[in-house]
Design a binder for this molecule. Structure first.
Ligand SMILES: *Cc1c(COP(=O)(O)O)cnc(C)c1O
Length: 341
């Protein structure tokens, strides 16, 4: 396996820090807790999408493309990061945003416009309908003489997941050099490319780190599992030039740990536990999480510690995937939370 064989743009500040969370560890009285700061990838307020986009943009440039089309909700961090990457590498960016156009642009949506992306709001729902909108936008750009590159939801393709194979290599190296033994890694799972890439990296390195995906939307875990399996199988093929054996795929399938119970009623809908987790991390470590992804993931970590999901002498790393710019679109949730206390 050689990541250097795949084109990658140098758009993220790497390695991101791996820090101990001493006060949170003490507060929860459980395993030793660390945080991997992928919220600090640099460009345009950062986040996990920088690592995926580094490979996706590398691929787009190698194919001679000059425009990017992607999709997400109006507060998508992935869309914000795609807009920033497009600006940095001189590519036109069209963002297909699902749902209604809000009366005021704020948080991620405000930044999308600042970065010069073209916004297309759509009422399309479901993968097929949305793919049709992406294709129609690609056709329009082609008619304008451009060469568009479509990046699917969350950038969770095999190429995008290479960014998280790399992140796992980086984490294992940091742990080895810092003489830290990592037992578990906790990550917010949306479209699955981050968890898939980490898992693939862990398998290829034989790292023996359990990767736990805390689901952020109320989907069937089996459906999510299928998505992640697909990314891992395709990523394996891309990296090694061969299919994973049935035995390897069986091992990978059992290693996909998904926790659906912290997602709440919907994607992008804040949960009380998530809000509480955001406040706890802010007040113990001075680190900002977000209501859509990392707050829910931290609520999962806290609950798993409380349920005795980890031994007291184990080490757990929380992957901070970013998203804090979204906080500014959720101020009402916090004000309501304050009044309740
Ligand atoms: C997109 C995103 C995730 C989820 O990553 P996937 O690869 O889509 O599962 C987690 N956290 C933040 C802040 C994100 O923007």
């Amino acid at each position: 396996m050689q990541l250097g064989r795949f084109p990658r743009v140098p758009a993220a500040y790497l390695p991101t820090p791996l820090e101990e969370m001493e006060r949170l560890t003490k507060r929860l009285g459980g395993p030793k807790l660390y945080i991997k700061r992928d919220d600090n990838t640099g460009l345009a307020l950062g986040g996990n999408k920088a690592r995926k986009l580094a490979y996706l943009i590398g691929d787009a440039l190698q194919r001679g493309c000059d425009a990017l089309i992607t999709v997400g909700g109006p507060q998508s961090n992935h869309c914000r990061m795609t807009a920033a990457m497009g600006a940095k590498y001189g590519l036109k960016v069209v963002l297909v945003l699902t749902g209604e156009e809000p009366p005021h642009y704020q948080a991620n949506l405000l930044i999308d416009t600042l970065l010069g992306a073209e916004l297309v709001f759509t009422s399309a729902e479901g993968k097929e309908e949305i793919d049709a909108v992406l294709e129609a936008q690609a056709k329009r750009l082609e008619e304008e003489g451009r060469r568009p590159y479509i990046i699917p939801l969350g950038g969770s393709t095999a190429v995008g997941s290479l960014g998280y194979v790399e992140a796992m290599m980086e984490l294992v190296q940091q742990a080895n050099l810092g003489h830290i033994s990592i037992d578990h890694l906790i990550v917010a799972t949306g479209s699955g490319g981050t968890q898939g890439g980490l898992l693939l990296g862990s398998v290829l390195l034989n790292a023996s780190i359990d990767v736990h995906g805390i689901m952020v939307s109320p989907r069937e875990p089996d459906y999510m599992k299928g998505l992640i399996e697909g990314v891992v199988a395709e990523g394996y093929r891309l990296l090694t030039g061969a299919d994973a054996s049935d035995e390897q795929m069986g091992g990978i399938e059992t290693a996909i740990n998904l926790h659906p119970e912290y997602a709440g009623p919907g994607y992008g809908v804040a949960t009380a536990d998530g809000i509480e987790a955001i406040e706890l991390l802010a007040r113990t470590e001075g680190i900002l999480l977000d209501p859509v992804y990392t707050g829910k993931a931290m609520a999962g970590l806290i609950d798993l510690v409380k349920q005795g999901g980890f031994a007291g002498d184990e080490t757990v790393v929380f992957l901070h995937t970013g998203g804090a710019p979204g906080l500014f679109a959720y101020s009402e949730n916090f004000q309501r939370g304050m009044k309740q206390r």
